[in-house]
Design a protein around this ligand. Structure first.
Ligand SMILES: O=C([O-])C(=O)C[C@H](O)[C@@H](O)C(=O)[O-]
Ligand SMILES: [Mg+2]
Length: 418
């Protein structure tokens, strides 16, 4: 039997831009286009592994450095591949969290290629799926009806319409449930004064009795405001996510919070786990393979959380199908990830770069693709088209605050705000 040549010949990184609705958050509003990077890791035998990561100039530059570092390495040597990327970035990128974005993206492409070589799915490579489908939560956002006309560009509406009050949020949740069958709901808060967001959560609780609810204001509140909201929403939330900044801040809120506190902000790197555990700052960690070093490291993170009694959920940022496939495989392979995960997919899948048909959100869940590898196929025409959209956009990175200020020049960014 001849062994396929599993050395890495080339890593192709293609920046793309895709449509994004005007979703509001604590730092502003989503721009009309979101950026992403699509990775094609080409092996000497012609096998191609896919990956997807956050876009923007800084990440293109770092992935470029990674691409040069990994040529000639064996795709099965993911520990050495990660170490090579880490050491090439170390002199200019001191934060392990920041370096993690780059190593993660390449690791996923390596695992996809490995799976294709072996004829096995990525979840098999991670130890095997413990569930056939991964449940996701409906990710609700306050939003404008349209991106307003700006700089000669006409206004751009969408099928979701406006959601700026409790009735609008409940309506959005109903649509999400009707279309995708979600049975848990997360509201992106930190947009309106806390009493308005408390009212929205109560309206959701009334509309969807007994269904898990979460609120995430992305650190828009002081410790005192967080304690107030937690008291007001006693009995209403599965968990409260990142009410206030920093590990000590979260620890202070946790002392009196009737519900668990969750984070994808104050614990985003390995060295932050120890102080978080020591201070009992969080009860749920939202994993994200895009920045925790990849899929295998996410499994290891899950084991650490299990050891310290920390529950698990999963974070997302605006993403497309390659990321969703990776999120689904890793979530399927982690026994203690038993709450629904976050996904932005309903907001963005219309512009996907994968051939449709494999990843469907049905009954609030995504079936684990059978593989091989991630089990998704790149749509080269879509990639080319979205790459041109990126080139025409001239965008260099995400800027929710800058966009908000162009529409509302009086907007002031400040965290915590209330
Ligand atoms: O859970 C979170 O913090 C997120 O999903 C972060 C995202 O950037 C979200 O705030 C958004 O899309 O505006
Ligand atoms: Mg969050």
């Amino acid at each position: 039997m001849t062994t396929p040549d599993s050395r890495i010949r080339e890593l192709i990184v293609t920046p793309i831009a895709f449509r994004d609705p005007p979703l509001l958050n604590s730092s502003g509003v989503h721009e009309p286009l979101a950026l992403r990077l699509i990775l094609q890791l080409v092996l000497e035998d012609g096998t191609v592994g896919l990956g997807e990561s956050t876009g923007g100039d800084i990440r293109i530059e770092r992935l470029g450095a990674a691409a040069r570092a990994v040529v000639g390495m064996d795709v099965f040597d993911t520990t050495a591949v990660a170490a090579a990327i880490d050491s090439v970035l170390l002199p200019t990128v001191p934060s392990s969290h920041e370096r993690g974005w780059t190593t993660s993206a390449v690791e996923v492409a390596c695992l996809d290629a490995q799976g294709k070589l072996l004829g096995r799915s990525v979840s098999d490579l991670l130890g095997g799926a413990v569930r056939d489908a991964v449940p996701f939560a409906a990710y609700l956002f306050y939003k404008w009806a349209e991106h307003p006309a700006l700089d000669g560009r006409p206004a751009v509406g969408d099928e979701w319409g406006e959601a700026l009050d409790p009735a609008g949020i409940v309506e959005q949740a109903r649509l999400m449930r009707q279309r995708y069958g979600f049975s848990s709901f997360k509201l992106k808060g930190g947009v309106f004064p806390p009493d308005e967001e408390i009212a929205a959560m109560r309206a959701l609780a009334e509309a969807f009795p007994g269904q898990p609810l979460r609120l995430d204001p992305n650190t828009a509140w002081t410790v005192e405001t967080s304690q107030y909201v937690a008291r007001e929403l006693d009995g209403c939330l599965e968990y409260l996510e990142d009410p206030t900044p920093t590990i000590p801040g979260m620890a202070e809120v946790a002392k009196t919070s009737p519900m668990p506190l969750a984070t994808n902000m104050c614990v985003v790197a390995w060295e932050q786990l120890k102080p978080a555990v020591e201070q009992d700052a969080i009860q749920v960690l939202l994993t994200d393979h895009h920045y925790w070093g990849g899929l295998r490291r996410t499994r290891e993170l899950a084991a650490v959380c299990e050891a310290f009694g920390i529950g698990l959920s999963m974070h997302s940022n605006s993403h497309l199908g390659i990321s969703l496939a990776a999120m689904t495989h890793v979530a399927a392979a982690i026994p203690n990830l038993d709450t629904s995960c976050d996904t932005h997919y309903p907001w963005n899948f219309a512009d996907d770069v994968i051939v449709p048909g494999v990843l469907e959100l049905r009954d609030g869940a995504v079936e684990v693709p059978a593989g091989p590898g991630l089990g998704v196929e790149l749509d080269h025409d879509a990639l080319e088209r979205l790459h041109r959209v990126y080139l025409d956009s001239g965008m260099k990175g995400r800027d929710d605050t800058g966009y908000m200020r162009r529409v509302h020049p009086e907007y002031e960014f400040k965290l915590p705000r209330w």
